[in-house]
Ligand binder design. Structure first.
Ligand SMILES: [Zn+2]
Length: 251
């Protein structure tokens, strides 16, 4: 964790939020997430790092999977800790056969637009619980050659409207640039729709290694200055503060 903080300081990033994956009931899927007994040490470590590195703000967050049927579990879990922010991610769909992760699926029982639809339906349900602050990697389901908006614009619009209603933000996640899809989550066309709906954004590199911290942030930020009305958000103790991204001053 300290290496992530040092990487952020080195890149001149003023704030970093840890968002490890939420433990699931009965120790499910510990391969991809922390176990319940790792949570307290995780939060403690964040507090220690905060005291040690005054030059950067270090937030305590969590990436919470939304899985249908886990609503009560997630609600009770989140009520038990003081997080600064909670990301909602849909990583798998309840009725899909097991091991069908949304970022790596081969689910031949449905067409790709139908799979996209399932995914956004699950996301919509998650948003409606009102348990989360930020939508993580919104279109991670997308497959190269099958732009989501071509077939599922209505699903995306509905999800964005629901997020707006709940006062949620959307993550601009650069990890897609490290993957075959080679574009951010969500696609810039979806970012444009969200800007029109006045939904604020957060920046995420979805770092799974220290060298991922701030991945392509410089380029993305420069690009974002071209979008009028884009709001960036900041969180503290699950309160959202957003501001317009001001155009860069040219000297
Ligand atoms: Zn994720």
């Amino acid at each position: 964790m300290e290496e992530y903080v040092l990487a952020a300081i080195e890149k001149g990033i003023p704030e970093i939020c840890f968002t490890d994956h939420i433990p699931l009931p009965d120790g499910e899927d510990t391969e991809h997430r922390m176990a319940m007994d790792e949570l307290e040490p995780y939060l403690e470590k964040i507090a220690i790092l905060n005291r040690k590195y005054r030059e950067i703000s270090i937030l305590a967050g969590i990436e919470a999977d939304y899985v249908e049927g886990y609503e009560t579990y997630i609600k009770e879990f989140l009520a038990g800790y003081h997080f600064d922010l909670v990301i909602m991610s849909v990583h798998y769909i309840r009725h899909w056969q097991s091991e069908q992760w949304v970022f790596n699926f081969e689910y031949s029982a449905e067409t790709i637009p139908q799979q996209y639809h399932d995914y956004f339906q699950a996301m919509h349900k998650g948003i409606d619980t009102g348990l989360f602050d930020i939508i993580g990697h919104l279109d991670i389901i997308k497959r190269p050659g099958f732009p989501v908006l071509d077939t599922n614009r209505q699903d995306v619009e509905k999800v964005l409207d629901a997020a707006k209603k709940k006062g949620m933000c959307i993550e601009l996640n650069t990890s897609g640039l490290r993957k075959p899809i080679s574009e951010i989550y969500p696609a810039i066309e979806i970012v444009n729709i969200a800007i029109k709906k006045e939904i604020p954004f957060t920046m995420a590199s979805d770092a799974h290694r220290p060298e991922h911290v701030g991945y392509y942030f410089d380029l993305l930020t420069n690009h974002l200055f071209n979008y009028n009305g884009l709001r960036m958000a900041h969180y503290n103790k699950r309160k959202c503060y957003s501001h317009l991204l001001a155009p860069q001053e040219i000297e």
